[in-house]
Write a protein that binds this ligand. Structure first.
Ligand SMILES: [Zn+2]
Length: 438
């Protein structure tokens, strides 16, 4: 018995101890299975620690409280881009106050991959194929004020078995249903009144998270339009008949929008063909890439040498991750921007990366810059503040641009871009304000 324990456990069984899992000798790496235990106090530190270095994380936890998102790293670039969460958000658990729909909503801010499975009672976190946490703790503030116990294992055989269980037995189950903002809205109506949910006595452990809570992308019903229908029609009429301030031939903003869209189309095709031959990229290809991303930004050109210096392999790897990687594109976006990230694209700022993402998938990612932002502020109310965080802000704005596209009938993001730019830069709009004083 003693031998078994010595084999399985770190020498000093200490919760949240830092320990190595492998050693190298003569070029051969030997993995040592290690296990440690966690109380409620240490588990909440172990999850972000393991999540930081993982690109995929699978979570199966029965109940989800209002602050469930606080179990994950606050910095978006530190979150796994492929995050799958399954909880019991059935009508019954919501009615009983065990799972809080507001908490589920914030989980949707962390990842679009959230499912619900009635009668789920597991509490498991799996990080890549490397480590897992199995225990008794639900994702709620109440849970970490109870006495909990969990095991952290680095035994690759066990982790692989847990992974297979999650992927094949839980996630694929017919009864496991995807959750979205609509589901959350329906569940909100089932939620018990606040005073029904037992209040938490003085906290023993604290969930670390200081800033804003993550939010799912707003859906149509979250927006209200800040201008009247008459004003919007006036804007669209001006758009078609005015003289665009960007040109000297007297053509309208609408004409400019059409040409902009075509230009982006050409740029997109150029970008895609450049991407296809990435294996043979040289310095001049990187220069072209930078030109594509910053076609309108002369000021940004001063960063071009820094971008080109990185070397084609490094750039291709980071771009491959950004464009074709798994999971949430907005988290991948954060990782390509983040200091110290292995995917960091030096010299390529936020605006350039957004442009490349738009050119890559023009129907999925909007172009957002300052004039567009100002126009959005004038046109729509989000029902909450637009996030100051990079990825969340990009996601919020893309959803808003998509609403404007539907509302104006301008359809494509490329065309809407100049409509918003025209409002932001005052090509259209000022006249409207004079004729319709508010
Ligand atoms: Zn214009």
């Amino acid at each position: 018995m003693k031998i078994l324990l010595d084999e399985c456990l770190p020498r000093r069984l200490k919760p949240e101890s830092v320990y190595s899992t492998s050693f190298s000798r003569k070029g051969i790496t030997v993995a040592i299975p290690r296990t440690a235990y966690h109380t409620e106090q240490t588990l909440i530190k172990a999850i972000p620690r393991l999540a930081k270095s993982a690109s995929a994380c699978r979570v199966a936890v029965a109940y989800c409280g209002r602050e469930a998102y606080k179990f994950f790293p606050e910095t978006p670039a530190e979150r796994p881009e492929d995050l799958r969460i399954i909880v019991d958000a059935s009508d019954r658990t919501v009615r009983l106050g065990l799972t809080n729909p507001a908490g589920v909503k914030h989980l949707l801010g962390l990842t679009a991959q959230v499912k619900t499975l009635a009668d789920l009672h597991a509490k498991v976190f799996i990080f890549d194929q490397r480590a897992a946490l199995v225990g008794s703790t639900n994702m709620s503030a109440a849970s970490i004020n109870q006495y909990q116990m969990g095991l952290e294992t680095w035994d690759s055989k066990v982790v692989r078995q847990l992974l297979a269980w999650f992927d094949n037995e839980l996630w694929k189950k017919k009864q496991a249903e995807p959750v979205n903002s609509e589901t959350v809205r329906r569940l909100m109506r089932l939620s018990p009144p606040r005073d029904f949910v037992p209040t938490i006595p003085k906290a023993k452990a604290k969930l670390p998270w200081k800033g804003e809570a993550p939010q799912p992308a707003p859906v149509a019903s979250d927006f209200t339009i800040a201008v009247t229908k008459l004003e919007l029609n006036q804007l669209l009429a001006d758009f078609k008949t005015n003289e665009c301030r960007y040109r000297k031939d007297g053509k309208s903003c609408s004409e400019t929008a059409r040409e902009t869209e075509e230009r982006y189309g050409r740029l997109g095709r150029h970008f895609h063909s450049l991407w296809r031959r990435r294996a043979s990229w040289r310095k001049k290809d990187l220069e072209q890439l930078f030109e594509i991303a910053y076609i309108n930004g002369r000021a940004a050109q001063i960063r071009k040498p820094q971008f080109v210096r990185q070397g084609p392999r490094k750039v291709a790897r980071s771009l491959g991750f950004l464009l074709e990687g798994p999971g949430d594109p907005y988290i991948r976006f954060e990782k390509v921007l983040a200091k110290g990230s292995s995917y960091k694209l030096s010299g390529m700022g936020k605006v350039g990366i957004i442009c490349l993402m738009h050119l890559w998938k023009p129907k999925e990612f909007a172009l957002v810059d300052e004039p567009v932002d100002n126009a959005l502020k004038a046109l729509v109310n989000f029902g909450r503040t637009i996030s100051l965080l990079e990825g969340q802000g990009f996601k919020d704005r893309t959803a808003a641009v998509s609403q404007i596209a539907k509302l104006t009938g301008l359809k494509t993001f490329g065309r809407v871009d100049h409509f918003l730019d025209a409002i932001g830069k005052g090509h259209i709009g000022p006249r409207l304000r004079r004729t319709h004083p508010r």
